[in-house]
Each structure stands twice: as structure tokens, then as C-alpha cells.
Design a protein around this ligand. Structure first.
Ligand SMILES: [Ca+2]
Length: 191
């Protein structure tokens, strides 16, 4: 894991999208990954050190409080109220990943689909790009394949504002309902 290559970088520095590819997506059935998040059942969330399952009586209350979600590389979702806390967590993950960049292969594209299960119109965005607005995809993204470089962040509002969710690399979310983010994203960043 310990690669010598060390890249100091800020996650907020990113040119606006240059390559937005809209295409019809072929359903990529059979595709899976360790981070795969199946179906529309809500995922457990870790909030202030406590794990809340969807069946927990306090789950809804916690979910209403959480404004920013950070999914770790082991698939666990952490909830934050304060964007600074979430940013700190994401920066840590991205910094760790940047040290490992040399070990990664393949394409560095995140794909965003308007349909669940990677169906319907697809937006493909290169790593290092941000989209401040989403055009036809606004409030309509339902599934995501996160780029295998440093992950992907979805934002509730345009220009990277509002609630957010960070997905680590190599993570497929077949239905963003599981993370309370279906049909909500209005901007995004591929780290
Ligand atoms: Ca929105």
C-alpha cells in the first residue's frame, strides 16, 4: 500500500467540466464490486460514533440531522452535520488515495445514470473534473459508478453546495435511495 509517490493536492481545486459525455447506457449487468450497494433499502449510518441501522428507532431522527455523508472505502457510511467535518474526512481519504495512485489501473471516469441499476442516460466525467450544474441530469441521478482514482462527491445544489455525499473509488451504488440521495444531485465532483 505504501507508495512512494506522494501528491499534495487539494480536493477543492478542480477545473469545471470539459468533458461531459452523454450517452445511452447499456445496462451493465453482472458488474459488481466490494462497495456495491444493492437496492433501495437505506444503509446504516455512523453518526457521532454510533451506528444506526434503518430498523433503529432513532434512525429517521439521525437521518434528518445528517447533512453530509462520507462513505469509507470499507463501505461504511458516516454522517455529519457540519460540512467542515465532512470535508476533513474526505480530505483524509483523498490524501491516502493520492499516495496509492500509482497502484491503480484502468479508467478514471465516474459514471452517473438517470436510471437505477446503471440504466438510462449516462453522464461520464473524468477524474479531476467538477460539474457545477447538471443540465438535463439535474435532480435526476439515480445510480453511480465511482471512478477508481480518488472517489466522487455529489452535491444537493448547484455549484457544490447543500447536502453532499462522498463515494470512494470502485464503488457502485445501484440505487442512490440507499444513501438518501436519489434524484437530488445538482452538481458533482470527481476527485
Ligand atoms: Ca438538487
Amino acid at each position: 500500500m505504501g507508495m512512494l509517490k506522494k501528491i499534495a493536492m487539494g480536493i477543492t481545486v478542480s477545473a469545471f467540466a470539459l468533458s461531459l459525455l452523454v450517452s445511452s447506457a447499456l445496462a451493465q449487468s453482472g458488474q459488481s464490486s466490494k462497495g456495491n450497494n444493492d437496492g433501495n433499502v437505506l444503509s446504516p449510518i455512523i453518526f457521532e460514533g454510533v451506528t444506526y441501522a434503518p430498523t433503529d428507532v432513532k434512525f429517521k431522527e439521525v437521518l434528518d440531522k445528517v447533512k453530509h455523508t462520507v462513505v469509507e472505502r470499507d463501505g461504511k457510511a458516516y454522517g455529519y452535520v457540519d460540512v467542515a467535518d465532512a470535508d476533513k474526512h474526505v480530505s483524509k481519504i483523498v490524501a491516502e488515495l493520492s499516495e496509492e495512485v500509482g497502484t491503480l489501473a484502468g479508467d478514471y471516469i465516474s459514471s452517473f445514470f438517470l436510471g437505477v441499476n446503471y440504466s438510462g442516460v449516462r453522464l461520464s466525467v473524468e477524474s479531476g473534473r467538477g460539474l457545477a450544474t447538471l443540465g438535463v441530469a439535474n435532480d435526476d441521478i439515480s445510480s453511480v459508478i465511482s471512478a477508481n482514482l480518488r472517489g466522487t462527491t455529489l452535491y444537493e445544489h448547484s455549484h457544490f453546495l447543500g447536502q453532499s455525499i462522498y463515494l470512494p473509488p470502485n464503488t457502485n451504488v445501484s440505487n442512490l435511495t440507499s444513501l438518501n440521495f436519489n434524484d437530488r444531485a445538482s452538481s458533482l465532483r470527481v476527485h
